[in-house]
Design a binder for this molecule. Sequence first.
Ligand code: ZN
Length: 383
Amino acid sequence: MPILIKNAEVYAPGALGQQQLLIAGGTVAAVAPEIDIRGNAVEVLDASGRILVPGLVDALTHPSGGGGEGGFGNRTGEIDAAEFALAGVTSPVGALGTDALCRSLSVLFGCVMGLRHKGLAAQMYTGSYQVPPVTLTGSIDSDIVLLDPVLGVGEVAISDHRSSQPTTEELRRLASQARSGGIIAGKRGVVFVHVGDGETGLDPLRAALHGNELPADTFYPTHANRNATLFEDALAFAKAGATIDFTTSTTPEFIAAGEVPAVDAHRAAIESGVPQERLTFSSDAGGSLPLYEHGELKAMDAAKPNSLTQVLQQALVGESQVNAAVVAAMTLNPANALGLSSKGRIEPGADADLLLLDAQSGQLSHVMCGGRWLVHENQLRLQ
Ligand code: ZN
């Protein structure tokens, strides 16, 4: 049955004011101040006092677990559909990460397909930190062409002690394979890059882009807020045409050690003149987070998808007006950077992926993906 959502304050992610939304066939059928549904059987939801935003597009998650450095005792577990749904992440993009020996792309593929089965619009990258990359079908381009959930390759690690230290030629080859696979499949063919603490920062990407036809937005680097030096480097990279990603999951120790809080990084980037369209947030959910007590490592925790939700809630509540640029950085902007043209936006024809949050408390009460409720009045409704 079609669904009519009334009286919500809509951020599409741009502010549209109070609108009605008609959902039919898994997509947004209409957005208007008043929609006439006389004579039709329609489920009506009165969303007075609530803010409606697109479902969150999380460009970096580890649904099959991440981490694994520091010994086998530090492996993090899988993330289930309920955890993504309750965080409002309707489009998680899965990556393998550090460990491509004791974890595999086929397990990641299984997790991603499992999330789809539960109603989420999950996607993934082929490859891992290492170059040459692990693949499922023999090459990056064939994975992108033959496997529906594969959007590109990532996280490929640079400027990190855990990186395979890819050469400029290897990065170019990787980018051209992702690009040619993307062209054939009608995908963006993104190269998502993990950037570590190393002194070289984003220079390996600049070197790979220099003197050839690869466009400035070929590489999509993440962890751009991990320290002040990398942050400044990333601002210059974004001004040259790339999209850059800030990680929302963190610990007090990371902040004390110089990580720029994701919200501060976003604000400072806009103030420095980076177009807001080139900024995104991701949770790195499933990545390992060390927990310290009195300076001693006590346990290895895992990053959560709801670190993204918390940043969203900060943007909605306690501000004089909703910070639509923050909403865009976890909806429209990552969707565009990943080539998901029907995600991250509320407009006729777009997939009906949306969230309702209380305008006063920021509490997430409803999550819809592809026209189906994953969460309804705070209750999980997974398939
Ligand atoms: Zn990473």
